[in-house]
Design a protein around this ligand. Structure first.
Ligand SMILES: CC(C)(COP(=O)(O)OP(=O)(O)OC[C@H]1O[C@@H](n2cnc3c(N)ncnc32)[C@H](O)[C@@H]1OP(=O)(O)O)[C@@H](O)C(=O)NCCC(=O)NCCS
Length: 180
């Protein structure tokens, strides 16, 4: 599998590999906000140390070049995280993305900007033929992000993903993909 770039730039954003020391800033910007984590696979953090541990795992994934590879998103010209986007590359040529932004930055097309760049990067790699993502059926803003990144809605994965903030039951998700 190709190795994704450690940094990337779009018109307004810089994506960079997380550092353990980012934990307090990530906590304040978005990871402690239940409005942000509502549809995510993790509940809002109530303390910084578990987030530090998570970022340590992220760094380890980058060192190994395997697993979920996450970037922190910063406004260009700054080093302060305002969100994150990540990818899982599998051996069958599929790149699966996930993304999150601090609430203050919602509604400006920034998640789509980052996803567009990375989906296109992935499909430019010889071994990758499918860039995809899914989101909860009740998260239409995220469906739009996928569509604006050129992904096409393929259907609903029933009982696919559990959002701990919404309870223990697996929920239905919209799946979108861009392929070549
Ligand atoms: C989902 C999320 C990433 C969207 O990012 P964003 O940068 O604010 O997205 P955009 O600025 O492109 O705006 C979202 C689009 O959805 C549309 N939208 C927003 N709320 C909507 C709603 N309730 N119904 C229909 N469309 C909606 C907006 O109109 C916009 O579309 P447009 O550009 O065609 O007008 C952001 O809200 C977020 O971080 N949410 C919390 C984490 C999350 O849910 N991540 C996704 C997990 S799969």
């Amino acid at each position: 599998m190709p190795r994704p770039p450690a940094t990337f730039a779009t018109a307004r954003l810089l994506g960079r590999v997380p550092r353990v020391e980012d934990a307090p800033a990530v906590f304040t910007a978005y990871a402690s906000d239940p409005a942000v984590t509502r549809f995510l696979s993790w509940p809002a953090y109530d303390r910084v140390p578990p987030l530090t541990a998570f970022l340590r795992e992220c760094v380890a994934h980058w060192e190994k070049g395997a697993g979920h590879l996450a970037w922190l998103l910063c406004l260009k010209g700054t080093d302060t995280p305002i969100g994150s986007i990540g990818v899982n590359l599998d051996d069958a040529g599929k790149a699966m993305f996930g993304y999150v932004l601090a609430k203050k930055f919602w509604g400006h097309g920034m998640a789509a900007e980052a996803l567009t760049f990375l989906a296109d990067w992935s499909l430019a790699q010889p071994g990758i033929h499918r860039a995809w993502a899914f989101c909860d059926v009740e998260n239409p803003a995220s469906v739009r992000v996928m569509e604006k990144a050129g992904m096409v809605r393929e259907g609903v994965l029933r009982r696919w993903h559990t959002c701990p903030s919404l309870g223990p039951e697996p929920r239905d998700c919209v799946v979108c993909a861009k392929v070549r």
